[in-house]
Structure formats: structure tokens, C-alpha cells
Design a protein around this ligand. Structure first.
Ligand code: 4NP
Length: 150
């Protein structure tokens, strides 16, 4: 079976998309249909940084540690290297589609959720927002992966 590669994308690659990557790499352990899992951001402010401290703590508490991850920016090669590029919100989706218009590539660029639910950006908000976003991402990744195991 051809394995599918998945890239999670948000704005800074320090809150939402590393959470998606951290959840997916655990949930995919028994899925033969999934290949590479990664995450990236559309902004360059945090390149090389680990995920946000609060998101690292929330992810570890939920059983998906992400301390090892490092932020990077989306690059043109991603649109061919990945089969699915999953945006966390509508703004991320818009920018990814604009980028794909310029660079091409086989990747299916879409929202994490089929119904286009956006994952709120917890960066500027209180700690509760990190839990809320993490749980929305966890459910979204679970639903997305379910479509591969049926
Ligand atoms: P993320 O959150 O897109 O979920 O990683 C953000 C992180 C940093 C910034 C914005 C959003 N920022 O402006 O630095």
C-alpha cells in the first residue's frame, strides 16, 4: 500500500500544528497507510524554536509529548513531498492555497476538519485556550485518521 504523508500547518508552528504532529505520530503507530508526519508554519518568527511552553505541558499531560519538535516554515517542496497538507484555520488554508497556486504540487490542501471547523489560535490567550485547542485538534486528527483505517 502507498503510504500517505501528512503535514500539519498553522501560523507560527509552535502551538497548534506541533500538537497535530504530536498526536498523529502516536495515533499512527499502528497504521500502515501513513508515512511521514510533520508540521510547519506560515510565519518565520519561531523557526528553530521548540513548541510553546504551555502547549508542551498540555500535550505531555494528555499523553502526547512534543518537547523534541522544532518550528520550521512551509517551503515549496512541501506541496510535492506531502499528500495532505492540513490547515488549522481558514486563514492558514487561504495562504496555503495561494502558495500552491504559485508553486504547484500534488498535495491535497484542506482543513484538518472535513466540515471546515477552525482550531482557535491559543497564542495570545489564557492557558485554558491551549487545552481547548489541543482537544479540538485531538478530535480532528482522530477523525481524519479514521478515514484511513476503514
Ligand atoms: P500557532 O500560534 O499558529 O498555533 O503556532 C501562533 C504562534 C505564534 C504567533 C502566532 C500564532 N506569532 O504571531 O508569533
Amino acid at each position: 500500500m502507498l503510504k500517505k504523508n501528512i503535514l500539519f500547518v498553522c501560523l507560527g508552528n509552535i502551538c497548534r500544528s506541533p500538537a497535530g504532529e504530536g498526536i498523529a505520530r502516536v495515533l499512527c503507530q499502528d497504521l500502515d497507510s501513513i508515512g511521514k508526519i510533520d508540521s510547519a508554519g506560515l510565519g518565520d518568527w519561531h523557526i528553530g524554536h521548540p513548541p510553546h511552553k504551555t502547549m508542551r505541558r498540555v500535550a505531555a499531560e494528555r499523553g502526547f509529548p512534543i518537547d523534541d519538535l522544532k518550528a520550521r516554515i512551509v517551503v515549496p517542496e512541501d506541496f510535492n513531498a506531502f499528500d495532505f497538507i492540513l490547515a488549522m484555520d481558514q486563514n492558514n488554508l487561504k495562504h496555503l492555497l495561494e502558495m500552491q497556486n504559485r508553486v504547484g504540487g500534488k498535495a491535497q490542501v484542506r482543513m484538518l476538519y472535513d466540515d471546515k471547523t477552525s482550531v482557535p489560535d491559543p497564542y495570545y490567550g489564557p492557558e485554558e485556550g491551549f487545552y481547548e485547542s489541543f482537544d479540538i485538534i485531538n478530535r480532528g486528527v482522530t477523525l481524519f485518521l479514521r478515514s484511513f483505517s476503514q
